[in-house]
Design a protein around this ligand. Structure first.
Ligand SMILES: [Zn+2]
Ligand SMILES: [Zn+2]
Length: 258
């Protein structure tokens, strides 16, 4: 199994692609999130929507679902390609369609379509595990944006690779070490949302906060979803990450064998 980081940047990065990755196993590819630049990030590694059989969606910001229209149309009109599967929490499905995709996808020549015409949708409860290529995945609820009334639904992932590596992908998350403690402790590889700008959006974990985590956690932590200031001075930031005990920043196109 391998992880292929299609991008490692934050939502509006101009020097990196958005934080989407592929889990590859048995010649199949599970795409974790499809942001607005997915067709370019796939192209850069020699792939297209035709090479994706399943998409897992963490939440509904554009850097995570903005490429779903591309995946929908290009696979729908490809007679040789079956419907891609979607796995996601059931709270996301209605908003994914009605508030994000419907405007562009609901009409094609002579037909009115819905999300099920494009995708084989598997809507999950938080305690459901889903199987892909013999591997069990479970969701981890993350605290990303609190709008004053509720927290928007956002779901990271946990799984164990065939070689026994325990992987935890936080998805977009605030710095919530208590909330994520159990998952941080158990994982061998943590793919962590990391904001690197001095101003704080408050909805992403900032590098300066992540530095305060115990070394036993940081040594397993791969930092991504970072801003262009890291891309501009990658070596300097990578040194800073290593000096602070992190496994390091991941780069666009990086592959990790598990
Ligand atoms: Zn994001
Ligand atoms: Zn987000």
């Amino acid at each position: 199994m391998k992880l292929l980081f299609l991008g490692a940047g934050s939502a509006f990065s101009l020097k990196n692609y958005q934080p989407n990755l592929i889990i590859e196993h048995n010649g199949k590819r599970l795409l974790v999130d499809a942001g607005g630049d997915i067709r370019f990030s796939l192209r850069d590694v020699g792939l297209s929507s035709n090479d994706i059989d399943t998409v897992y969606i963490t939440h509904l910001h554009n850097d995570h679902i903005g490429g779903m229209e591309y995946i929908a149309f290009t696979t729908y009109f490809n007679p040789n390609k079956g419907k891609p599967r979607i796995f996601c929490h059931k709270l996301l499905v209605e908003d994914l369609w009605s508030h994000s995709l419907k405007g562009g996808l609901s009409s094609v020549q002579g037909k009115i379509l819905n999300i099920y015409d494009y995708f084989d949708v598997h809507a999950l409860n938080i305690d459901d595990e889903f199987e892909w290529e013999g591997i069990s995945f479970s969701m981890v609820s993350a605290i990303h944006v609190f709008n004053g009334y509720s927290t928007i639904p956002t779901f990271g992932l946990r799984f164990v690779s065939p070689a026994g590596n325990k992987v935890f992908l936080t998805s977009d998350t605030q710095f919530t070490p208590d909330h994520l403690a159990e998952h941080y402790k158990e994982a061998d590889i943590i793919i962590q949302d990391c904001e690197t700008t001095p101003f704080r959006t408050e909805v992403h974990a900032n590098f300066d906060d992540l530095k305060t985590l115990p070394d036993s956690i940081k040594k397993n932590m791969l930092l991504w979803h970072y801003q262009d200031n890291v891309v501009s001075n990658f070596e300097e930031w990578q040194n800073k990450a290593h000096e602070n005990g992190f496994r390091g920043f991941v780069s666009k196109g990086e592959v990790i064998e598990l």
